[in-house]
Ligand binder design. Structure first.
Ligand SMILES: CC(C)(COP(=O)(O)OP(=O)(O)OC[C@H]1O[C@@H](n2cnc3c(N)ncnc32)[C@H](O)[C@@H]1OP(=O)(O)O)[C@@H](O)C(=O)NCCC(=O)NCCS
Length: 158
């Protein structure tokens, strides 16, 4: 898994992030999905629990999609899309009603993601606002849940 991330991103940060998150007690095994071809792992996606903290009131539990990676020679064959769609289903199955992603603004809308600012959800990384996106797995689940998304420290270390 680390190798897939290293090769897809061309740098060690995301692979290291996956390694570190796997050691976190909140890691959910069913939400680390791999794609296999030719008897080897060619793709990987991880979802990790996060919170949305409003200025006041109750926190909202949600989950972040990050990272997703497909080996360069296996890209553009639908593997990334399949991992994401299966992953979203797995998140719903274990009870999550929304997912957040920081990523390519041209890629994620095809899976239903929209800019998170629609729900007044802001990211702690200062990324361009169109790159910070969310999707409701249950209609209306993000209504009134504006606030800052709070990620575990592992994300801030990379
Ligand atoms: C992003 C990634 C996971 C997509 O995996 P994939 O298996 O190639 O994706 P799919 O085959 O399901 O989808 C490919 C489609 O998405 C589009 N796409 C892929 N990467 C894209 C990007 N960075 N921005 C916009 N569109 C992108 C392609 O144009 C392609 O569309 P087309 O088939 O109509 O030409 C893969 O390219 C990857 O590992 N990239 C490097 C790591 C990375 O950037 N991860 C995402 C971080 S947010």
């Amino acid at each position: 898994m680390t190798e897939v991330n290293d090769l897809a991103f061309g740098q060690p940060a995301e692979g290291k992030l996956v390694e570190n998150l796997r050691k976190n007690p909140k890691f959910i095994h069913e939400l680390s999905l791999v794609a296999e071809a030719d008897g080897k792992i060619v793709g990987h996606v991880l979802f990790f629990p996060i919170k949305i903290k409003p200025a006041e009131g109750k926190e909202k539990e949600t989950i972040s999609l990050a990272p997703v990676a497909v080996l360069p020679e296996f890209q553009r064959q639908g593997i990334g899309g399949e991992l994401i769609r299966e992953g979203l289903k797995a998140c719903e199955k274990i009870g999550y009603d929304s997912v957040i992603v920081l990523g390519h603004p041209e890629y994620y809308p095809k899976f239903g993601f929209e800019p998170a600012e629609k729900w007044r959800i802001t990211d702690p990384f200062g990324a361009p606002s169109e790159a910070f996106m969310a999707v409701e797995l249950k209609e209306g689940s993000l209504e009134g849940s504006g606030g800052v998304a709070e990620y575990p420290d592992e994300f801030l270390e990379v």
